[in-house]
Each structure stands twice: as structure tokens, then as C-alpha cells.
Design a protein around this ligand. Structure first.
Ligand SMILES: Nc1ncnc2c1ncn2[C@@H]1O[C@@H]2COP(=O)(O)O[C@H]2[C@H]1O
Length: 528
């Protein structure tokens, strides 16, 4: 879905612009000023799922006369990259005909990001070549100037590399929060949770305080609220205070840095892992409020910018992102880098504390790489006494894969979502049989991609109306096999060892066993 925002335009200017472009956009929104634009972007982004105006499935443009609104379009573009990193949105000054060039490619761009496979392909292997805005490649600090296997293109579509490079460049700039963002009252976008709280003021505490926590039934507004409620409390306990509006801005920016369109690796997963991390900390770090706060923050940021694929796919196609991290823990390094920048922008005091404590948040995020799983599994039994850094790594690792330890009805829904995401990875691989990953967006056309239409409506349906495992596997009979494989290969031994080491975590192992028993009874024998 794409939007054309027209800001502060007179009737004549408007009719000329709209007459030429109307059919290229799904909607045209007219606003008086840029403050109203910001409010619209946040409101749209936290609309109920499946959210047509998430700014990821289409390209949106903002047209305004910079001399009237006193903000150069370049600066607005930088603001978009900083506060809405996953959005495909850019600003244009329509007062000069030549600036309207991007409108010519909007149809093609919309079709790339309206299809989930070409969209992911673009995120992973392309690089928006926008060196005229002051963020040159030299500034970005990527270490491979001579080899650029990632396709440089002019499409206004999110890419991992652009996200990473803007984040690095921002680090060099150390800019303060601009007035346009600073003046916003973020609580005003959270009417849904506030309304629920007026009926029951402990509603969110009650759902957060149990292992039956189900992030899947929460809206984006509620997910942000859960993050806010928990982090606010933990920051008080740890005496590392942050003002409410600043914490909310941090959470809104984080939400806009995750891809809402991903099935599994999205902000919902981040909040799920945060809650699991906190629950585990109450058992394993009961007297350490600072570590609990740091670890819960690491959990919210641990997958930021995740493309919904995996390290192997980045490695196989020699993406530039893979090369910038020398093919080691690529995505985890990517998340770590982005999240550090986000913290340095929004909560530098917390980042300083993290750095003092063995670079706590970085280590925690890196520990979530499943390539290190057996190394950590060994440490549970072998490392005596267990080091604090190992304990912290084990907590976030356990939380990251804790969906298999949740009650069956919740676990089955996570299983469904990860299975769909794996399905998209398989489609991406088969897409690569016919296309080079870095294929020119505007030159060649994509063949055989009709099979990858958006499926967010059916996911929404599944999440809201189907809650029991029997119904899920009726539609997707191979989920049990995948779950048995994951439990046998990773989860069973890990949670068993953890439960033996820390007996009060026995419930984790028991739940994995109960879920496994269910999946075993429903194995699909036809699958190879
Ligand atoms: N229920 C599940 N079924 C299968 N794989 C899973 C499940 N939960 C987590 N995983 C995998 O475990 C990985 C943990 O790291 P990632 O989040 O990168 O990606 C995750 C998935 O690949």
C-alpha cells in the first residue's frame, strides 16, 4: 500500500500534482504541516493488524515546498531513516520538475515491495545508492569498498545495508532529537491499552506476570505498552531512570525498526522474548536489578531489523552485509550494531552501564546465534562455577527459543508462524534459481513470482480465531514434524540441562516434553 502525502499545498499546486499521479498511489493524504505528518505516520503504524498502512508493502512519498515549511527534504529523509527505519518513504520538493523523477518508478517499486519474496530479496541483497546526502560510503565505514556484490540501485525501498549504514553514520553525527519528534506526546497513540487499563488497572501486569503470556493476542499498541510497563518498572528498580515520553519514543522507534510484515521475527517476538527473559531473571537473577534491566532491554532489541530469513541465505549470496561482518554471526552482529546505536541515541546512560559490564547487551545479543547453541549447552554442565556472562547468555538464549516451552495452544501458534517464515525462505531460494539476487530492479522483470502474494489477512485470521493446536495442524499437517525436529535437535537437551542445573526451571523442560508428546501423536508420516 502506498501513500502520497501532500503537505501544505495550495489548490492549484495540488490539482496539478494529483492529476498526474493519482492512480500510482493507494491513497492521497493532504496535511497542513509536517507535525501532522509525523502524527499520521505513528498513528498508521500502530493501527490494528493486518495493517494496510504499515509503510513496508508499498512506497510512500511526501511532497512539500521546503522553502515554505523551512525544512530541506534531505533533512526530512534523514529523520525518516532515523525514526522510521523500516519504512519505504521519502520526501520530494515538487517545485522543480526534475525532482519528480521518483514518481516514474513508483509502480515498479510498489510491485517489488508488494510481493513478499521480491521484497525480502531486495532488503537482503540490494543497497539504495544514495551518496549525495552526505552519508557517503566512506562515512559508512564498510570495510569492503573494492567488492560491492550488493546491487546499488535507486529504488526507495528499505535495505539491510542502508539501515546499517545510516545507523553507523548517525553515530558519527550525534544529533539531538529534532523538534518535530521531540514535541510529540507518544502516549496519545496508545488509546487502546489506556482504555483497557481504565477497566482494569492491573490488566497488563497480570498478563505479563505469567508463563502463559501470549504476545500473539496483542495489538501493536499493546505490545508497546507491555514494553513500556515492564521497562519502566525495571528502570526504577535499577535506578537508571528515563522519562516516560523518552522511553516511549525509544519503543516506537524500535517498533518501526522491526519489520511488521515478518511472520515470526517482528516486534511481537521481541516483546515475547523480553517477557520470557524477565520471567527467567526473576528465578536466576533475583537480586540483580541492573542486569535484569540490561538483559530485558537486550531482549527487546535482539532481532531488530531482522529480514525474516537466516545467516545462511546472506552468506550463500555473498551479500555485502555478510561481508561487513566477515560471515560471522551476521544477523546477530547486525542487530547488535543497530541496537547499540538506538540506545546511544535514546538512552545513552543505559548503554554506558552496559559497556562497563563486559559489554553486556552486545554479548547477550551475540549469544542468540544458534550456531553457538551446542557451545552454550556444554557450558551448562561443564562450567563450574558458572560465570555471570554465561548465565546471562543462557537466559536470553532460553527466552529466544522459549516458544516451545509455552503452553501448547500458544506454542502451536508460534510454530505456525515460524513454519510460514521458513516457507518464505524456501520460496526465496527457489526465486534465486531464476533470478540473480542482485538483479537490477528496473531493468529485468521478475518471472514466476505470483505465488508470493501477501498473506497477512490469513495470518490475522489464524491468530485471532484459531487458537487450538488441532485446528492449526488441520490446515498445516507438517508442523508437528518440524516441531519434533527442532525439539529433538535443540530444545529438549538444552531445557533439560537447564532444569537440572536450576531446579526451579523444571517447568520449562516439563512443558517441552508435554508439547513434544502432542506433536508425536500428530506426526505426519507422509513427509520424508
Ligand atoms: N518453534 C520453533 N520451531 C522451529 N524453529 C524454531 C522455533 N523457535 C525458534 N526456532 C529457530 O530457532 C532460532 C533462534 O534464533 P533465530 O531467532 O534467529 O531463529 C530461530 C528459528 O530458526
Amino acid at each position: 500500500m502506498s501513500t502520497l502525502f501532500l503537505i501544505g499545498m495550495h489548490e492549484i499546486e495540488k490539482s496539478e500534482t494529483i492529476a498526474r499521479k493519482e492512480d500510482l498511489f493507494d491513497r492521497i493524504v493532504e496535511l497542513q504541516d509536517l507535525d501532522s505528518l509525523m502524527i499520521n505516520l505513528y498513528k498508521d503504524r500502530v493501527s490494528p493488524f493486518p495493517n494496510a498502512h504499515n509503510f513496508e508493502t508499498g512506497v510512500s512519498l511526501v511532497l512539500y515546498d521546503p522553502s515554505k515549511l523551512q525544512l530541506p527534504v534531505r533533512q526530512l529523509d534523514v529523520l525518516f531513516k532515523r525514526f522510521f527505519p523500516s519504512f519505504n518513504i521519502s520526501a520530494i520538493d515538487p517545485t522543480h520538475e526534475e525532482n519528480l523523477q521518483p514518481l516514474k518508478s513508483i509502480g515498479r517499486e510498489n510491485s517489488i515491495c508488494g510481493n513478499r519474496i521480491t521484497r525480502i530479496n531486495h532488503w537482503m541483497y540490494h543497497h539504495h545508492d544514495d551518496t549525495s546526502d552526505g552519508f557517503t560510503k566512506a562515512n559508512f565505514g564498510t570495510n569492503n569498498e573494492n567488492t560491492l556484490p550488493t546491487q546499488a540501485c535507486q529504488a526507495n525501498i528499505y535495505t539491510l545495508l542502508l539501515h546499517l549504514n545510516y545507523s553507523k553514520a548517525q553515530h558519527l553525527q550525534k544529533a539531538s532529537v529534532p523538534r518535530l519528534i521531540r514535541n510529540i506526546e507518544f502516549m496519545s497513540f496508545l488509546s487502546e491499552p489506556i482504555e483497557k487499563l481504565s477497566q482494569d488497572k492491573s490488566y497488563y501486569w497480570n498478563i505479563l506476570s505469567t508463563w502463559k503470556f501470549c504476545a500473539l493476542s496483542l495489538s501493536t499498541q499493546e505490545l508497546i505498552w507491555c514494553g513500556f510497563t515492564l521497562i519502566k518498572k525495571l528502570s526504577k528498580d535499577a535506578n537508571v531512570l528515563i522519562a516516560d515520553n523518552k522511553l516511549l519514543l525509544l519503543l516506537f522507534t524500535l517498533e518501526s525498526s522491526y519489520h511488521q510484515v515478518n511472520k515470526f521475527h517482528n516486534f511481537r517476538h521481541a516483546i515475547d522474548v523480553m517477557q520470557a527473559t524477565w520471567q527467567l531473571c526473576t528465578y536466576l537473577l533475583p537480586d540483580n536489578p541492573v542486569h535484569t534491566l540490561l538483559l530485558c532491554m537486550a531482549a527487546i532489541g535482539h532481532d531488530v531489523g531482522h529480514p525474516g530469513t537466516n545467516n545462511q541465505l546472506l552468506c550463500n549470496c555473498e551479500s555485502e552485509v555478510a561481508e561487513s561482518f566477515k560471515n560471522v554471526s551476521i544477523l546477530e552482529n547486525f542487530h547488535r550494531e543497530l541496537f547499540q546505536q538506538l540506545l546511544s541515541d535514546h538512552w545513552p546512560q543505559l548503554l554506558a552501564i552496559s559497556k562497563k559490564q563486559f559489554d553486556f547487551i552486545s554479548e547477550a545479543i551475540l549469544a542468540t546465534d544458534m550456531a553457538l547453541h551446542s557451545k552454550y549447552e556444554d557450558r551448562i554442565t561443564r562450567e563450574k562455577p558458572m560465570k555471570q556472562i554465561t548465565l546471562i547468555s543462557l537466559i536470553i538464549k532460553a527466552a529466544d527459543i522459549s516458544n516451545v516451552t509455552r503452553p501448547l495452544s500458544i506454542s502451536a501458534r508460534w510454530a505456525y508462524l515460524i513454519t510460514l517464515e521458513f516457507g518464505d525462505c524456501a520460496l526465496l531460494e527457489s526465486f534465486h534459481k531464476d533470478h540473480r539476487p542482485e538483479q537490477d530492479c528496473f531493468g529485468d522483470s521478475y518471472k514466476n513470482i505470483d505465488t508470493a502474494e501477501e498473506d497477512l489477512d490469513s495470518i490475522q485470521n489464524m491468530l485471532t480465531s484459531v487458537t487450538n493446536a488441532d485446528d492449526i495442524i488441520k490446515e498445516h499437517p507438517y508442523i508437528p514434524n518440524g516441531q519434533i525436529f527442532f525439539i529433538n535437535t535443540f530444545a529438549e537437551v538444552f531445557f533439560k540441562a537447564l532444569s537440572q542445573k536450576f531446579p526451579n526451571l523444571k517447568f520449562l523442560s516439563e512443558n517441552v516434553e508435554a508439547n513434544k508428546e502432542y506433536w508425536m501423536k500428530h506426526t505426519n508420516k507422509k513427509q520424508k
